[in-house]
Design a protein around this ligand. Structure first.
Ligand SMILES: Cc1cc2nc3c(=O)[nH]c(=O)nc-3n(C[C@H](O)[C@H](O)[C@H](O)COP(=O)(O)OP(=O)(O)OC[C@H]3O[C@@H](n4cnc5c(N)ncnc54)[C@H](O)[C@@H]3O)c2cc1C
Length: 384
């Protein structure tokens, strides 16, 4: 059936990825009428390394403790508490963490969050609804998806790296110095993957980016690489070819892929990095996750940032309705909360990212880290 006409809600959330589903969950007890517009249907995939930071369950617990119990029962994940870092000179050390993160295919993980959000009675999900336009006036917001017009008091952009809302209402454009290109593929039978361990290989030609091997369920591995977009352009890199080259030609890696089989295609996508501050809100709107350029400039993690910012946006939206204030100046409280949480880490990791251009410096750090637990701890805090 073709869905046409006008629909009225209080809050319209664009996108049902980690940011959008978490935002809906944070609004579940608000009594507000929430619409989530999503271009796909679930379960759906998203090109990613699939690594979920160890702090995420704690964030979900602040919304609803039942979410953490459900997460414990969620079996589509591999727990990880160790990161194996490999230097350009192939020296390696393991960083052990007190908290456990996990690797879960986005097909499963995003579906987990989506199912929790869809169960909330105040929220209506409109799947297969691609947003084409957003208009914000002094009275409210209008979001167009197909032939349907969604009206609300405010709109929250959780629609990812190519956010329609961001494009429409902020002047932010991708900047290759603050953007990363990345590709990944799934492989079966990669040998030598240690238990509960994800691997980061600082391969010389990819610096300041890296190659990764992350274990997923059923003897699969998520294998990929990410490189700063300015470097990709300068070196005219073809990232899919680079991935194949690392897997097939770098001896200490290719040995482990002798019996491996690639499952599906090599997929690519962009990462808007949080190494610069961008406008995240204004009159009647907030942006979350990738739409707000919140990805860690060193590790490439953005799922945790999407979940944290989605939660803050949901909580701040409640406040907007309580105080009947949807002004840009009131929304600034949201930006302040998000940057309070992430900016110092992102700024520090941006500095480290720039230092990682130097192969000899990295090799030196690794040589020192092999001798000093203090240096290993410093490195560990940057990557997790
Ligand atoms: C190759 C790669 C590897 C990565 N590895 C990791 C990792 O290991 N760990 C990590 O933490 N992060 C990783 N990231 C980053 C991570 O994928 C993102 O930061 C995260 O997905 C952001 O979540 P989000 O909810 O903001 O956006 P998304 O996950 O992109 O969700 C946006 C949602 O909006 C929907 N949407 C988009 N446009 C429209 C539209 N016009 N109309 C309606 N709906 C729309 C999409 O279908 C999607 O469901 C990686 C990224 C890449 C590209």
């Amino acid at each position: 059936m073709v869905d046409t006409g006008t629909k009225a809600f209080d809050v319209i959330i664009c996108g049902a990825g980690p940011a959008g589903s978490t935002c809906a969950l944070a609004l579940a007890d608000s009594g507000l009428r929430v619409a989530v517009l999503e271009k796909s249907s679930f379960p759906r995939d998203k090109t990613c390394g699939d690594a979920v930071a160890a702090y995420v369950p704690k964030v979900l617990a602040t919304i609803d403790s039942a979410l953490v119990r459900s997460l414990e029962d969620f079996t589509e994940k591999v727990n990880v508490n160790t990161c194996r870092l490999v230097a350009p000179n192939q020296k390696a050390f393991d960083l052990h963490f007190s908290q456990t993160g996990f690797i879960s295919r986005r097909m499963d993980w995003d579906n987990f969050l989506f199912e929790k959000a869809v169960a909330k009675s105040n929220t209506t999900f409109f799947l297969n609804h691609t947003i084409s336009d957003v208009t914000i006036t002094s009275d409210g917001v209008t979001v167009m998806a197909g032939n349907t017009e969604f009206k609300g008091k405010m709109v929250i952009g959780c629609d990812g790296a190519h956010s329609v809302l961001n494009r429409k209402v902020t002047g932010t454009r991708p900047d290759p110095a603050h953007h990363c290109g990345a590709v990944r593929a799934y492989y079966s039978n990669v040998s030598g993957i240690p238990d509960n361990t994800f691997e980061i290989h600082l391969v010389k030609d990819l610096l300041p980016g890296y190659f990764w091997i992350f274990p997923v369920k059923n003897n699969l591995a998520n294998v990929g690489l990410g490189v700063l977009s300015s470097v990709v352009s300068k070196r005219r890199m073809d990232l899919r070819a680079s991935l194949q080259r690392v897997v097939e030609e770098i001896p200490y890696v290719s040995d482990r892929f002798k019996n491996a089989e690639r499952i599906g295609k090599i997929e690519g996508f962009g990462l808007p990095l949080g190494s610069r501050k961008v406008p995240m809100s204004g009159d009647r709107f907030m942006l979350c996750g990738d739409a707000a350029s919140l990805i860690d400039p060193l590790s490439g993690e953005g799922i945790g940032q999407a979940i944290v910012s989605g939660r803050y946006a949901g909580w701040h939206a409640k406040k907007c309705f309580e105080e009947n204030n949807f002004s840009a100046s009131h929304m600034k409280q949201y930006d302040a909360q998000v940057y309070q949480k992430f900016w110092s880490r992102h700024r520090k990791n941006h500095i480290i990212q720039r230092l990682m251009n130097s192969e000899w410096l990295l090799n030196g750090v690794f040589n020192a880290a092999l001798k000093s637990s203090m240096i290993r701890n410093v490195v560990s805090k940057s990557f997790t």
